[in-house]
Design a protein. Structure first.
Length: 412
């Protein structure tokens, strides 16, 4: 026998045995709860589900009347709302739990699906999966769209609801993944309940929700065109041109709510592992800002604790470095998360107040022109004359409902 060949075979046998042993040790050392019943966890797998509550048509009518909102379409049914915990991806690409709310109309027929992406939220409990009636508005919209016959999904996003850590504010890849994975979880829940869908999928959201809506539309079109074909989307008052927005905000002598830019910079500092809070924020805000965005404070409380001007909050050298182009880290991150340079295949309607003091109105114009330049065939815009960021929200949602319902009627 060739002793060299024998030694090589023996060595390979030992290596294979050690690799197999390591794999078995890894598998059997994991706890049972680390995996769903079917085996290894996957994106969109449901971890748990519970009923939040049911609202009949009369109660939803009463809630709408209390807001002094006149709906363009009559309510049709009661709605049952479920809180779902599911798996999604964090900015590192790890599989982690997240939560969202699923609104199911009490209707026997097949129904369209609407995914509503909520606006900026800082307090973990102020989301629809906890209670649709304590949110900043989208939970109430979910009850309305549910009562109008739309199965409605409202993902909380990471860092809010039942998930841990800092919310990855305005990070397109993570937030679009949260939306996609909640659609997967909702589909599984609907199948288990034998709830039929028409195959229509509408996306909408206001403010940060407008940004996430556009990011999710792009993600679904690019990577899930057969699984989740988008029927139409309505992004509203979002910073789609993130670079243009940050350029505008940091070059202004004043900005009415520094909490938003603090949220953005804190999130990006963590996502991109800059470790630059002392370079970004002036004292004492380099230590105060992380404490304020711990998930226990409302945006109002945070705004009250921060100065009224960016010059008091942010280091002068940091602002100058961005504006003169020398801060490559921030420049690249902003460029990566700017939602331009693509053409939606499905119809898009953008809505924005002309006097928006938080998210510049120019975002809608820039995004529209960019989409048309790139070959989009169905892009519309609606402006709310004189509308501020706050005052435009309800009119925008009302116009969204009318437009989406007109498209839905065309399907049948």
């Amino acid at each position: 026998m060739n002793i060299i060949k024998y030694n090589r075979n023996f060595r390979n046998h030992i290596i294979r045995s050690l690799v197999l042993a390591a794999i078995l040790l890894l598998v059997f050392s994991c706890r049972k709860e680390d995996f769903p019943p079917g085996g290894m966890a996957e994106r969109g797998d449901i971890i748990s589900e519970r009923v939040i509550d049911s609202w009949d048509t009369s109660t939803i009518h009463t809630l709408v009347n209390a807001l002094a909102v006149e709906l363009p379409i009559p309510l049709q049914s009661g709605v049952t709302v479920y809180s779902i915990t599911y798996y999604t991806l964090n900015p590192k690409g790890d599989l982690v739990p997240a939560t969202g709310a699923l609104f199911i109309p009490e209707v026997d027929d097949a129904m369209p699906v609407m995914s509503i992406q909520h606006g900026t939220e800082t307090k973990k409990s102020m989301v629809s999966s906890v209670n649709p009636l304590i949110t900043t508005g989208e939970g109430m919209v979910g009850l309305v769209t549910g009562s109008l016959g739309y199965i409605t999904c409202i993902p909380d996003y990471l860092g809010l609801g039942g998930s841990s850590g800092l919310h990855p504010y305005l990070h397109a890849a993570t937030l679009s993944a949260n939306v996609v994975d909640f659609l997967v979880a909702a589909r599984e829940s609907l199948q288990e309940k034998s709830v039929a869908t028409t195959g229509e999928l509408y996306l909408t959201g206001y403010s940060e929700g407008g940004y996430v809506t556009m990011a999710a539309h792009r993600e679904l079109q690019n990577h899930y065109p057969a699984e989740f074909p988008v029927t139409a989307s309505v992004p509203m008052a979002g910073p789609y041109d993130l670079k243009g927005t940050i350029d505008t905000v940091l070059s202004r002598p004043g900005y009415p709510n520094p909490a938003f830019i603090a949220y953005f910079l804190l999130a990006y500092n963590q996502i991109y592992r800059w470790n630059r809070l002392g370079d970004i924020f002036k004292s004492p805000y380099e230590t105060l800002v992380p404490q304020l965005f711990d998930g226990n404070h409302t945006s109002g409380q945070i705004a009250d604790a921060l100065p009224n001007t960016l010059s008091e909050l942010i280091q002068d050298d940091f602002i100058a470095g961005y504006l003169d182009g020398s801060d490559q880290e921030l420049m690249e991150a902003v460029k990566e998360n700017t939602l331009l340079g693509w053409a939606p295949l499905a119809p898009v309607l953008m809505i924005h107040g002309t006097e928006d003091e938080i998210v510049p109105y120019q975002n809608m114009i820039t995004a529209r022109d960019d989409m048309l330049k790139n070959g989009a065939a169905h892009v519309e815009t609606r402006e709310i004359p004189g509308g501020s960021h706050g005052s435009s929200a309800l009119p925008a949602f009302t116009r969204m409902l009318m437009w989406v319902d007109s498209l839905h009627q065309l399907q049948y």
